[in-house]
Structures are given as structure tokens and as C-alpha cells.
Ligand binder design. Structure first.
Ligand SMILES: [Cu+2]
Length: 131
């Protein structure tokens, strides 16, 4: 039941701009537990080089979240492949984190998924963008 809706949302987003919603550098996790705000616009990412992005992680009330274990995944749905590298997420302290080893290998519609695990629970934040 949900799949056609998700597809429709994706098409609308792809048509309207490179990033999700009205908050271009950030994303709220699927279950609303966390919010991620990136240091840079992924839609401006160059294709080819290894990239680093910092992000701030807060809970639903806007309180910075330290000590989270964050993993990153993603890829290109239309091409049926994942990320070309295995990026890592490092904790910087004060609710800030750094994605290292991220790389985009071709133009098109990409997404990344940040999976956040803390004692409060696990949730995923997804960001869609077009390169
Ligand atoms: Cu591809």
C-alpha cells in the first residue's frame, strides 16, 4: 500500500528540486526521534572525489545528541546500486558528527540514509538529492 505513495512523493521531490522538503540541508528521521542538519548541500556535491560532511544531530526537542552510533548507507534507486564507497561516521562531540569517505560516482538521483542508534532508540534519516 505504501509503495505507490512513496514513489509519488519521490517523483514530486525530484521534479521540484534536489533535496527533501522545505529544509534543504536537513532531514527529520522517519519516526521523528532525531533531526540531522548537514554542513553542506549534497546537491552541490562534486562527482568523483572523496567528500566529508559534518552534521548536527538533535532530538525531537532540538537538544543535541551525543554518543550516538551513526551508520550511513545509500545509493541510486533508479540504477539499483548502493554507494560506491563505504563511508563512516565519526563523532566530533557536542552533538556533531562527520561523514568521511563519501563519494558519488555519476550524475542522477541519489539518497543517503543515516541510521542513528542511541539508548533512546534507533531511527533513520533519509536525504534525497540529484547530482
Ligand atoms: Cu548509478
Amino acid at each position: 500500500m505504501l509503495k505507490p505513495i512513496a514513489t509519488a512523493i519521490f517523483v514530486l521531490l525530484a521534479a521540484s528540486g534536489p533535496l527533501v522538503g522545505a529544509e534543504p540541508l536537513g532531514a527529520t528521521s522517519v519516526d521523528g526521534r532525531y533531526r540531522v542538519v548537514l554542513s553542506g548541500d549534497l546537491a552541490d556535491a562534486p562527482i568523483g572525489p572523496f567528500l566529508e560532511y559534518d552534521f548536527a544531530l538533535t532530538d525531537a526537542r532540538g537538544v543535541r545528541v551525543d554518543g550516538a552510533v551513526v551508520t550511513i548507507d545509500g545509493g541510486m534507486r533508479h540504477h539499483g546500486h548502493g554507494l560506491p564507497t563505504t563511508p563512516q561516521v565519526e563523532a566530533l562531540g557536542d552533538g556533531r558528527y562527520r561523514i568521511v569517505g563519501l563519494r558519488f560516482s555519476m550524475p542522477g538521483a541519489w539518497h543517503i540514509v543515516l541510521t542513528v542508534r542511541t539508548e533512546e532508540g534507533m531511527d533513520r534519516a533519509e536525504i534525497e538529492f540529484v547530482l
